[in-house]
Design a protein around this ligand. Structure first.
Ligand code: ATP
Ligand code: MG
Length: 248
């Protein structure tokens, strides 16, 4: 469904005398329908930048992202027209960000209803499905009509995930969806992800959590070596990172 070919992103910081920062370099992999492709690697190695470059929040500086659309046509997401990207985001491609920013003064229920009605789902069915999903991730009914700005960190993150999953995208990009969730919430979220995967959604997910990788992933890609590694493989501790932590 998606073929990432030699994708690279370099940031140029104009206000710092055009300093160059390497986001990630020459990444290639393919993902099929119903497959969850896990990306792992140490902090700062470019995992979020890779997802943002596929979703086109960032414009890649090299390479291609060939995506096969629902109608069978192929498009290079790395160079596609922004109007085509917006259309695909509204119809086929979902994204769960690492950090959830809530819309002010819109209730959790209204966020989920409008995510669906804007894609043609009837309002009544949209409300029923929102109730079903909120219940499935353990968000109490008394919170459904509240503003998510007042939610706890874990409740916000669960709503963030439900907001992307409820639209049933064909391709879903997940940036650490289970980070900062307790064991029970993690189980609820993983079960929703597995349901969607079984319906054919292809997923590219960034994970630090070994249990989530082992439960969800079909393949695992290590950003540092730019290669597939076994799902159960524990990455060696980076000496440089260890020294930094000790210094702190
Ligand atoms: N918008 C940006 N402008 C400039 N540099 C950026 C930008 N976004 C990311 N970077 C840089 O790119 C590198 C990779 O960042 P990224 O957020 O992709 O890492 P990550 O692997 O997701 O890390 P973490 O595990 O901590 O979330 C970092 O050095 C970061 O400073
Ligand atoms: Mg990140």
């Amino acid at each position: 469904m998606i073929s990432v070919q030699n994708l690279s992103k370099e940031f140029v910081i104009h206000i710092r005398k055009d300093a160059h920062i390497n986001g990630f370099d020459s990444i290639s992999f393919d993902v099929k329908p119903s497959e969850l492709f896990a990306i792992t690697g140490p902090s700062g190695c470019g995992k979020s930048s890779l997802l943002k470059s596929i979703y086109r929040t960032y414009t890649p500086t090299g390479g291609k992202v060939i995506y096969t659309c629902a109608d069978g046509s192929k498009i290079d997401l790395a160079s596609a027209d922004p109007c085509d990207i917006i259309e695909l985001r509204n119809t086929e491609i979902g994204y769960v960000s690492q950090f959830f920013s809530v819309i002010p003064r819109v209730s959790a229920m209204d966020i989920l209803i409008s995510a669906q009605t804007s894609r043609g789902v009837h309002a009544k069915q949209a409300r029923e499905r929102a109730e079903e999903y909120l219940s499935k991730v353990g968000i109490a009914p008394k919170l459904w009509d509240m503003y998510p700005a007042t939610f706890s960190g874990g409740e916000k993150q669960r709503l963030n995930i439900v907001n992307a999953l409820i639209t049933r995208p064909r391709l879903l990009l997940l940036d650490e969806p289970t980070a900062s969730l307790d064991a029970k919430s993690k189980e609820w979220v993983m079960s929703l992800i597995l349901d969607l995967k079984a319906q054919g959604t292809a997923m590219i997910g960034v994970f630090h959590d070994q249990i989530a990788i082992e439960t969800l992933a079909d393949k695992r890609f290590d950003m540092r070596t730019r290669s597939l590694v076994p799902i159960g493989y524990d990455l060696p501790i980076d000496e440089g990172m260890l020294q930094e932590e000790e210094a702190i």
